[in-house]
Design a protein around this ligand. Structure first.
Ligand code: 5GP
Ligand code: ZN
Length: 112
């Protein structure tokens, strides 16, 4: 499958890693929208939130447990935002499930 984030997960395309274990990878966004902008992905290919099922949801719980740790490690003590864009209306540009951690400054109160 020709998937950018599968290639990053496999180490075929380099990334600035923030956290890695056997199931997930966190790395810095190549085009950061905030001073701290990290992407967290499962290593297995899941297309997006719309492909999360009872069968594969355990990795999502694991991602969220690690998001809390990564945010602390990143020093985001005043808060941050976690976003996952889905499909065309959600402006998802990479069709591999990922969660953006956005922080390091006061974010806009409007989500859209
Ligand atoms: P989406 O638009 O799908 O929610 O988010 C995709 C994100 O992936 C974007 O924020 C974009 O900057 C980031 N991105 C795209 N290509 C690369 C890449 O090759 N390396 C890294 N680190 N981030 C990428
Ligand atoms: Zn993939």
């Amino acid at each position: 499958m020709d998937c950018l984030f599968c290639k990053i997960a496999a180490g075929e395309i380099p990334s600035t890693k923030v956290y890695e274990d056997d199931k997930i990878l966190a790395f810095r966004d190549i085009n950061p929208q905030t001073p701290s902008h990290i992407l967290v992905i499962p290593k297995e290919h899941i297309g997006g939130v719309d492909e999360v099922t009872e069968e594969n949801a355990a990795v999502v719980a694991h991602i969220f447990a690690k998001i809390a740790e990564i945010a602390k490690q990143e020093g985001l003590i005043d808060g941050y935002r976690v976003v996952s864009n889905v499909g065309e209306h959600g402006c998802q540009s990479v069709r591999h499930l990922h969660f953006h951690i956005l922080g390091g400054k006061q974010l806009n109160g409007s989500m859209v």
